[in-house]
Design a protein around this ligand. Structure first.
Ligand SMILES: [Zn+2]
Length: 300
């Protein structure tokens, strides 16, 4: 098989047994570092023949929970714990992770909107290309850890894209159950094809995980009414908590106009029944900011 084109190199040998912790080196010549690289941390733990699982975090640099989790895992996971191979990339968009920002400060790009990437593109596009063409062909299962980052907060939930067949959908839900979250959220990509999730879904990438099945509420986003956007630029005072059961027409919160002292607060109402699975974190909102995500129990 022809080697995929990439400028990223590494001293990691993906076929070697044992534990390796090193970097993917992305050449990045800039004013402050003529022959510099971007060192993207990677760990590979392998023990003989078995499935390969990819674990990533820091796809969005301001989502720190997954980065902590995978750094802890790198320090503690040993080959004797597994049969097969685990590839861990705890800060996938490393420049964004170091800046604590959702998108890369180098090219302003959101890694999860540039898949499948480009080997000749900017750093973020090159990272996406390496994952697509070097790593994904090796793997059987994949977990990409996200959280709310700077602007949002979420209930503890596995998130799945709606799969192409009922059988694959069922396998995806079973795999999500193994993680022990109280919720599982199924959503459509709403036409967004550039995420790593969409790429994996289109390649049918999923493996059954053999784990006990804790209680998990399987929910879904059914349409645009699930996304509640701010209609004013103001301070938003929510009238709900994460996990609240809400009804269509109920007041979701109020917009407060601190720059117009005599103006009364104006209400924002939920457009559908369900559970609040996600909400905006900062109080200040602009028109068009997402303030709540309302999900409902999956119908089929
Ligand atoms: Zn994210």
């Amino acid at each position: 098989m022809q080697e995929p084109k990439t400028y990223i190199n590494t001293d990691i040998d993906y076929e070697r047994d044992g534990k390796q912790v090193s970097y993917l080196r992305l050449p990045y010549s800039r004013n402050t570092s003529a022959w510099g690289i971007i060192p993207i941390p990677i760990a590979v733990v392998r023990n003989g023949v078995g499935p390969t699982v990819l674990l990533t975090a820091g796809n969005h640099g301001d989502e720190y929970e997954g980065q902590i989790t995978l750094n802890n895992l790198i320090r503690t996971l040993e080959p004797g714990h597994i049969q097969g191979r685990v590839i861990i990339l705890p800060a996938l968009n490393f420049p964004a992770a170091m800046a604590g920002r959702r998108v890369s400060p180098l090219d302003g790009l959101n890694l999860n909107r540039v898949f499948p990437g480009d080997p000749d593109g900017t750093p973020t596009r090159q990272i996406a290309d390496y994952v697509t063409n070097v790593i994904l062909p090796m793997i059987d299962g994949f977990l990409d850890l996200h959280s709310g980052g700077y602007s949002m907060d979420f209930i503890h939930t596995a998130i799945l894209y709606r799969q192409n067949t009922p059988a694959l959908m069922q396998r995806a839900i079973e795999a999500a159950r193994a993680w022990g979250f109280p919720f599982c959220l199924v959503l459509d990509d709403l036409g967004e094809r550039r995420t790593i999730d969409a790429l994996c879904r289109d390649r049918g990438l999923l493996k059954r995980l053999h784990q006990p099945a804790p209680i998990m509420r399987v929910t879904e986003i059914v349409g645009p009414e699930s996304y509640l956007f701010a209609t004013s630029s103001a301070i938003f005072e929510p009238n709900f908590h994460l996990g609240s059961e809400v009804s269509k027409g109920e007041i979701a919160g109020w917009f407060h106009y601190i720059d117009e002292i005599t103006r009364d607060p104006s209400p924002l109402r939920f457009a559908t029944n369900g559970i609040v699975a996600g909400c905006r974190a900062p109080g200040r909102v602009a028109a068009g900011d997402l303030v709540a995500v309302v999900v409902c129990d999956m119908r089929s």
